[in-house]
Design a protein around this ligand. Structure first.
Ligand code: VGL
Ligand code: ZN
Length: 208
């Protein structure tokens, strides 16, 4: 029988290091997903110092840094009032939709606004956005991901990125989830690993 080469089942995986064909995607670090926000994820703001260090590292290496934001029009189908699962959050132009004030994004950082169609639920940063085209235009092959929420935006973005043929590295020490049903985050992580995503931390990128 051939030895298994599946992630997590065999010898230690080699962690890809950021290079000219890498981009960092900072996912939805917005006021509404942080303590005090409409859909607060416990500890949402606690990952920001490390996210800032990742941003600095990628920026210094000349890699693209991209920030996604949940950017709902009023009356979006995601909201309870419209029969969706969530309280009103990240409404376009609101304070809750702004990036958290502690987040330090590079000047000229590409911003991807998602879930802007009121009739469509969209968790992936690829869905209905120019993200894929932008990555291809820049010759990006590897996407590093950090941010909120493991069980929604991160999971769906990672699964899309894997399906589209990008190499994906999830920065596991700088992600947080909602866990509306206990185990959601664990299941999301398993699904991302199964799709081929690699999980890495600050030490793996020489950041400790
Ligand atoms: C998200 C819940 C509601 C996300 C967006 O982007 O992870 N989660 N809206
Ligand atoms: Zn949302």
């Amino acid at each position: 029988m051939k030895p298994s080469k599946k992630p997590g089942t065999g010898a230690a995986q080699k962690i890809p290091q950021p290079d000219a064909k890498s981009a960092l995607l900072v996912t939805d670090i917005q006021n509404d997903f942080c303590p005090g926000g409409a859909l607060a994820v416990p500890g949402g703001d606690a990952i920001i110092p490390l996210v800032n260090r990742y941003i600095q590292l990628f920026h210094q290496k000349g890699c693209h840094v991209i920030a996604s934001r949940d950017w709902h029009p009023p009356g979006h189908r995601s909201f309870k009032e419209q029969g969706g699962p969530w309280p009103i959050h990240c409404t376009q132009g609101s304070r809750g939709a702004q990036f958290h004030p502690a987040l330090v994004l590079p000047v000229g950082c590409l911003i991807i606004s998602k879930a802007t169609d009121p009739t469509k639920e969209a968790y992936s940063a690829f869905e209905g956005t120019p993200l894929e085209e932008q990555l291809r235009d820049c010759g990006i092959e590897t996407l590093y991901i950090t941010g909120i929420a493991i069980d929604y935006c991160i999971k769906n973005t990672v699964l899309d990125a894997c399906r589209l043929g990008f190499r994906v590295v999830v920065l596991e020490d700088a992600i947080l989830g909602i866990d509306a049903a206990p185990g959601d985050c664990k299941r999301a992580i398993e699904a991302m690993k199964k799709a081929g995503a690699v999980f890495a931390n600050a030490k793996d990128l020489g950041l400790c």
